[in-house]
Design a protein around this ligand. Structure first.
Ligand SMILES: Cc1cc2nc3c(=O)[nH]c(=O)nc-3n(C[C@H](O)[C@H](O)[C@H](O)COP(=O)(O)O)c2cc1C
Length: 207
């Protein structure tokens, strides 16, 4: 078994002070073979459950499976090929699904936002437990909806690979080994934070 303590940290050049749970979270494509217990999963789902949502509608749904189970294989089948190439390293796979409609049949414009909050809560809870989540947009959305028998008003937005940080570089396809070591990057705050009117990046550069 590989140690859950290896490769936990990645260089994260923050400009301001933030909580270590946020700073140290990142999205690996290899994982320790340490099992993720049912108790661990219940804590992740519980953290998601207490996320805020518009009108408290909680439009999120999670499908999950542990490696070796039929549910896991069915989730793997609906990932795009690129993600299948590394997600097989994860001991747990999930799908993030939301209901596009409110209970009274109107469009719920905030449902995707709410599912994102669920995922963010889960990822910080996971970080506190030494577990990494790697979210994926690369899902065969329609196929996934049908595979897991969701009604047509639902949308499979994401998949999530979960497992304790660790694993071996040799677990990764050749073209992804470099990515795993790359420094994390973000836009600067002045590109997207406005204390007033929106300003295009080009204008910010000239000031
Ligand atoms: C909604 C969403 C979709 C993503 N889709 C994919 C994906 O399909 N495949 C993949 O390898 N990574 C995917 N990622 C991971 C991002 O590439 C990653 O979060 C980003 O590069 C920032 O890296 P960090 O999470 O390590 O800070 C996704 C992340 C999010 C939040």
């Amino acid at each position: 078994m590989s140690s859950p303590k290896t490769d936990v940290f990645k260089n994260t050049p923050t400009d301001h002070k933030i909580h270590d749970l946020i700073k140290n979270r990142w999205s690996p494509r290899k994982f320790a073979d340490t099992p993720v217990s049912d108790t661990d999963l219940q804590s992740l789902f519980e953290a998601g459950r207490w996320a805020a949502s518009s009108s408290n509608l909680q439009p999120w749904n999670i499908v999950w499976g542990k490696k070796g189970s039929t549910a896991y294989d069915r989730i793997m089948k609906v990932l795009v090929e690129f993600n299948q190439g590394w997600a097989k390293n994860a001991p747990v796979l999930m799908l993030g699904v939301f209901d596009k409609k409110t209970p009274d049949g109107k469009d719920n414009f905030h449902a995707l936002h709410d599912l994102g909050q669920f995922a963010a809560n889960m990822s910080i809870q996971a970080q506190s437990m030494g577990i990494a989540l790697h979210q994926m947009a690369g899902v065969k959305h329609e196929e996934a909806l049908k595979e897991f028998k969701f009604p047509d008003t639902y949308h499979v937005a994401t998949a999530i690979a979960a497992g304790y940080y660790g694993g071996e570089m040799s677990d990764l396809p050749e073209d992804l080994k470099g990515e795993e070591k790359k420094e994390r990057q973000r836009k600067k705050q002045d590109e997207f934070i406005f204390n007033g009117d929106y300003v295009e990046r080009a204008e910010v550069d000239q000031s």
